[in-house]
Unconditional design. Structure first.
Length: 149
C-alpha cells in the first residue's frame, strides 16, 4: 500500500505537525524579572508561570562575586526585595534556586538607575529555536528518504 519511502517519511511528518500544534511546553526552567527603584524587586517563576515560592535567593555585590552579600527566600508569590548598598555600583548578581531549578540575573546598579529586565527567552530566540528543530526534522527525513546507489 505504502512505498518504503512513504513509510519512513509519514511518521516524521506526523511528528513535525504534532510539534507545531503544541503551544506550551511545561518545563522546570525559571524566569526571573526585576524592577529597580530605590529597592530591587525580584519576581521568580517557573516557565509554566507558577511562582517559585520559598526559593533560595543569593545576592552577590559587584565588589565580591564569590561571597554572598545577602541571602534569603522568596515569598509565596515568588517575590524578593532588597536594597543594594548605594556606595557599590556595578553589576549585581542575583541567583534564585529551588529543587535544582533556577537562574541568575545580572542587574546593573548605578546612580539614578530605574529599570526593569528579565531572564526569559525573547520572541526571536523562540522562533529561531523552533525553526532549527523543524529544519533538523526535515534534514533527517531527507537523509533517510534518499535513494541508495
Amino acid at each position: 500500500m505504502f512505498s518504503s519511502k512513504a513509510k519512513l517519511v509519514l511518521p516524521l511528518v506526523i511528528l513535525i505537525l504534532a510539534s507545531l500544534s503544541t503551544t506550551t511546553v511545561l518545563a522546570h526552567g525559571a524566569k526571573i524579572e526585576y524592577t529597580i527603584n530605590t529597592v530591587v524587586e525580584i519576581m521568580a517563576a517557573y516557565d509554566s508561570g507558577e511562582p517559585m515560592a520559598d526559593a533560595q535567593v543569593t545576592v552577590y555585590a559587584p565588589s565580591d562575586l564569590e561571597t554572598p552579600w545577602l541571602t534569603g527566600t522568596t515569598d509565596d508569590e515568588g517575590r524578593f526585595t532588597f536594597t543594594p548598598d548605594p556606595e557599590i555600583t556595578g553589576t549585581w548578581d542575583v541567583q534564585v534556586r529551588q529543587a535544582g531549578h533556577g537562574d541568575i540575573v545580572h542587574i546593573a546598579i548605578g546612580e539614578g538607575v530605574a529599570s526593569t529586565g528579565s531572564t526569559g527567552f525573547t520572541t526571536l530566540q523562540i522562533v529561531l529555536m523552533s525553526a532549527s528543530v523543524i529544519w533538523g526534522f526535515v534534514g533527517t527525513a531527507l537523509y533517510f528518504s534518499r535513494r541508495k546507489a
